[in-house]
Design a protein around this ligand. Structure first.
Ligand code: BGC
Length: 253
């Protein structure tokens, strides 16, 4: 039975949606329904904060002392957001952790969204007990990445922003799930783009395991078997909940 020492709330802010739940940190499972609202258009700090407040209110934990972790789709260093690929430019160089702490009236743990998904899969999922280098990528609005070497997270790897040779553009604009939707690709067409991307990452890092997260990972059977890599590639055990679970897990650390 989860107690106050083993429960935390995870909030996963994405380019498209904001998701949250209460998490059992012993089991790495959700103890509540998953609440989801759309990320406000433009994703400006004050609007995102208002949406997070709404989500916490719906969860019934607004005034609760339960630990809270918040994940965000940007480089996060010492509580500051240093990039803004799919959110307002106002987040660049912004004291985001402090902003959320003041707005929510409580301490939080704040980190990159893909990094926390990597932590969740390391503690409770596909990377549990895996040695060497695991690279988790989330395929969503952007491409997020988490690099875990022998159980230690190397934060802010940002492998979605590797540049495509000759094109000078980010891989995430070409191979994220949003690119599949934007260009109305079928699974085969999208898998060809993923093949270019994962082959490149594989060549650069020679990982021991690739994990694929993000909402589309629930359809992993439709595209992962189409990829030809030397590295095993598996869906995140916690699919699109990995961000929520990882954010909550870090809140108690
Ligand atoms: C951001 C990353 C984020 C990823 C997934 C990228 O555009 O730069 O920080 O992890 O999207 O949300």
């Amino acid at each position: 039975m989860a107690t106050d020492k083993t429960r935390a709330v995870g909030v996963d802010i994405g380019g498209t949606g904001i998701k949250a739940a209460i998490v059992d940190l012993e089991a790495g499972t959700l103890l509540s329904d998953r609440i989801k609202v759309a990320t406000p258009a433009g994703a400006e700090p004050k609007d995102v904060l208002a949406a997070v407040l709404k989500v916490l209110e719906t969860l019934g934990v607004l005034d609760d002392a339960i630990p809270l972790g918040v994940a965000f789709p940007a480089i996060v260093k010492s509580g500051r957001t240093l990039s803004a690929a799919n959110v307002s430019q106002k987040w660049i160089g912004f004291e985001a952790e402090r902003f959320f702490e003041e707005g929510l009236g409580r301490d939080i743990h704040f980190a990159n969204d893909a990094d926390v998904a990597g932590v969740a899969e390391m503690r409770y999922g596909a990377a549990r007990g895996v040695g060497g280098l695991t690279i988790l990528t989330t395929l969503g609005t952007g491409i997020g990445s988490a690099m875990i070497y022998n159980g230690v997270l190397v934060p802010n790897s940002e492998l979605g922003h590797l540049q495509r040779a000759k094109h000078g553009k980010d891989f995430e604009a070409f191979a994220a799930y949003s690119a599949m939707e934007r260009d109305a690709l079928d699974w085969n067409e999208w898998a060809k783009r993923l093949q270019v991307y994962y082959s490149h990452v594989e060549f650069l890092f020679t990982p021991d395991l690739f994990i694929v997260g993000g909402g589309v990972s629930k359809h992993a059977d439709s595209f992962l078997p189409l990829l030809k890599l030397n590295t095993p590639i598996v869906p995140a055990v916690h699919r699109n909940n990995a961000g929520i679970i990882g954010a909550a897990a870090l809140a108690l650390d």
